[in-house]
Design a protein around this ligand. Structure first.
Ligand code: TYM
Length: 338
């Protein structure tokens, strides 16, 4: 018998530094759309257990977790409509991750490009948690029986592994218990690139602050970074193929489109023939209009962190209401005593 699953969205973000424009356009903005769509139950999480797979200063981790929560809310996540919480406050994630550590295979983990990139040549010295990272991610998703997971392009391989873990569990125990989750990697901003190098992903861990827009940047910083963004000296083309081989140009056009809820084609139609000297001020103006209110709302929310802590406690309670019965059922399937 085929089990039908409630349409439910899960996604998470690491509180391992400030939020970037990549996180906003590739993730949070789309989380808001799925929340407001009305078709799904939406569950969003600050994944602090993932963050500590590499060293985090405890004070910074606490601050970043609260700031990330403020970022979610300032960008439009409503803690009444969505379940918004911090991963370590719902212990079922770590409990299910242990079961998945026993389902996933070493060979699967070794193939993960994020593992290879992050552990690099020094893999003997990387934490065991970093190696097992994707099993915890599968647990995040499957502890809610989530059916859809909006993420940026860089998470695609992890979501394929989540499907493999669900399928192997179902197959090993001969029961269709976990859903085979759909990754949702859509829109023009699933891979926002660095402002300094159009071939590199925009990332909070890039040593150059000029490579990214941070969600805490004020209007002056936004304008300055866009003005200094790397570009070429050709005018904007009149058709999409004209962006081929021009990664920096393509990136800025995509950012404009994503901020404006428009298509890349419509941006090309509007600006074709113009040089970056004309396009950049328009992009900066749009970025300030869209991002500055989020940044100021984040600072306002951070003035009273006790409110944020209350939201997280309530979110964790709601998360546990969904997660606890699914964990119990998993334990029963595996053969653990009650
Ligand atoms: P993290 O914290 O690195 O990033 C959070 C989300 O932001 C997206 N993202 C980007 N999208 C477009 N362009 C960029 N430059 C860019 N940079 C980041 C990421 O794709 C992601 O969607 N492993 C995850 C966190 C996680 C998770 C989960 C996600 C833990 N458990 C379960 C989904 C479901 C991560 O490190 O994301």
């Amino acid at each position: 018998m085929t089990q039908t699953f409630t349409p439910r969205v899960f996604s998470g973000i690491q509180p391992s530094g400030g939020l970037t424009l990549g996180n906003y356009l590739g993730a949070i903005k789309r989380f808001v759309d799925m929340q407001d769509d009305g078709h799904f139950e939406t569950v969003y999480c600050m994944v602090d257990l993932h963050a500590i797979t590499v060293w985090q200063n405890p004070e910074n981790l606490r601050r970043n977790t609260r700031e990330l929560c403020a970022g979610f809310i300032a960008a439009g996540i409503d803690p009444e409509k969505s379940i918004l919480f911090n991963q370590s406050q719902v212990p079922e994630h770590a409990q299910l991750a242990w079961i998945f550590n026993c389902v996933a295979r070493m060979g699967w983990m070794k193939r993960m490009t994020q593992w290879k990139d992050k552990a690099g040549k020094n893999s003997e010295n990387a934490s065991l948690g970093l190696f097992g990272y994707p099993a915890l991610m599968a647990a995040d998703i499957l502890i809610y029986h989530a059916t859809h997971v909006p993420v940026g392009e860089d998470q695609k391989q992890h979501l394929e592994l989540t499907r493999d873990i669900a399928a192997k569990f179902n197959n090993d125990f001969g029961i269709e218990f976990f859903p085979i989750t759909e990754p949702v990697i859509e829109g023009v901003a699933t891979r926002v690139m660095s402002l300094r190098d159009g071939l590199k992903k925009m990332s909070k861990s890039d040593p150059s602050d000029m490579s990214r827009l941070n969600m805490t940047d004020d209007a002056d910083a936004i304008v300055k970074k866009i003005k200094k963004a790397k570009t070429d000296s050709d005018p904007l083309p009149d058709h999409l193929e004209g962006l081929d081989g021009r990664p920096e140009a393509r990136n800025l056009v995509n950012i404009y489109a994503a901020l404006n809820d428009a298509t890349t084609q419509s941006v090309i139609d509007e600006f074709s023939g113009q040089l970056f000297g004309g396009f950049k001020p328009k992009l900066a103006e749009l970025a300030v209009e869209k991002l500055a209110p989020i940044s100021s709302e984040m600072s306002r929310l951070m003035e009273d962190t006790s409110e944020i802590d209350k939201i997280l406690i309530r979110g964790a309670e709601r998360g546990r209401e969904l997660a606890a019965p699914i964990l119990q059922k998993t334990y029963d399937i595996v053969g653990m005593l009650r």
